[in-house]
Design a protein around this ligand. Structure first.
Ligand code: ACO
Length: 324
């Protein structure tokens, strides 16, 4: 019985940090409002000319080192991003070149903030079928490039960064105690594309890249119950129960959403890895970045049961259970 196991985790955050006070100088907001409504205190911002593939490469190197793998062993690269360097080629193609990976498949997955969970599910298909021996799954975003810095309802929420994991095949009995990805639930409601989108792209006659538009309170309304449903479904498909979860590693959009989901699922808040205060919402990068932080500070260990979840533009939402 073959499963795909996460054997390395890495991350990268750009050097420049923007505080809430920096935003109070740009738009009509305050440190107090942002902290109270979102839990965010700061976010990282990529340098001019620093693009998604650069962040992805930096995170990938950390994850490969953690897994004890060299770039020439990688045979699959999947990047979850909503801020690709270019319309095409895929950011994964660019990352393959920059990392010096000589062969194998490389492509992007677009499910906005749920992208990392979606990408992991695709990679799991490759690895568990024996089609990949060493897969890199990266969530990477330069959200600062698609923010409208005159819209206080969105510009304060997002940050830049990248996180990566290495997946390798492992043999086992197929029980929930065995290492590997146990189960997923992936969902989309395409009737709600207007709640959260970027107002540029190929449809635009001038082909501008566009900026984020969001009905924040509407997104918020859907978040807690849709995320909870996905978690319950992923838990059921994995033959585990909520009480078995050691670490809950959610997409980091808003501290109030994290708290709401934990309460609804009856999860101890001490089991929730939260980085929203310092990273803000890094879209597809937020789960692997939070995971990396939990690994680095010694909380997340080999043998633990990790539950990841996200909700984002689409609307898409998703959850997965992983035994480390
Ligand atoms: N500073 C001060 N006031 C603000 C700010 C700000 N930065 N942003 C909005 N406001 C104002 C609004 O203009 C509004 O004022 P009004 O009553 O005079 O019209 C008031 O605050 C209340 O606005 P709401 O949108 O109802 O505020 P809410 O409590 O819902 O908080 C927030 C807004 C933080 C955006 C919240 O809705 C939220 O976090 N929603 C989830 C959105 C999200 O996380 N999206 C990303 C998830 S999906 C993904 O990750 C892509």
């Amino acid at each position: 019985f073959m499963r795909s196991a996460v054997t390395g985790v890495g991350g990268y955050l750009p050097e420049t940090i923007l505080s809430n006070d920096d935003f109070a100088r740009m738009v009509d907001t305050s440190d107090e409002w942002i902290r109270e409504r979102t839990g965010i205190t700061q976010r990282h911002k990529a340098a001019d000319g620093e693009v998604t593939s650069d962040l992805a490469v930096a995170a990938a190197k950390v994850a490969l080192a953690a897994a004890g793998k060299q770039a020439d062993e990688v045979d699959l690269i999947i990047i979850a991003t909503t801020t690709p360097d270019m319309t095409f080629p895929s950011t994964a193609s660019i990352v393959q070149r920059k990392l010096g990976v000589p062969a194998g498949a490389a492509f992007d997955v677009q499910a906005v903030c749920s992208g990392f969970v979606y990408a992991l599910s695709v990679a799991d298909g490759f690895v568990a079928r024996g089609l990949s021996k060493c897969a890199l799954i990266i969530g990477a975003e330069v959200m600062s490039r698609i923010l409208d810095y005159t819209d206080r309802g969105t510009c304060i929420l997002f940050g830049d960064g990248a996180g990566a994991v290495v997946l390798e095949p492992v043999e086992g009995e197929g029980t929930p105690q065995d290492r590997g990805i146990l189960g997923f639930d992936l969902q989309c409601d395409g009737t709600k594309t207007d709640l959260l989108y970027v107002d540029g792209g190929v449809f635009d006659n001038d082909y501008r890249a566009g900026k984020i538009r969001m009905q924040g309170n509407q997104v918020f309304k859907h978040a807690v119950h849709k995320i909870s449903q996905a978690v319950e479904s992923a838990v059921e498909k994995s033959n585990i129960s909520i009480a078995d979860i050691d670490w809950f590693v959610p997409h980091q959009a808003n501290q109030r959403i994290l708290k709401g989901v934990a309460e609804r699922l009856g999860l101890d808040e001490k089991k929730v890895i939260s980085t929203v205060a310092t990273h803000a919402n890094t879209s597809a990068a937020s789960i692997p970045l939070a995971w990396w932080e939990g690994v680095r500070d010694g909380r997340i260990k080999r043998g633990d049961l990790v539950l990841i979840e996200a909700l984002g533009g689409g609307l898409t939402w998703a959850a997965a259970a992983i035994r480390l």
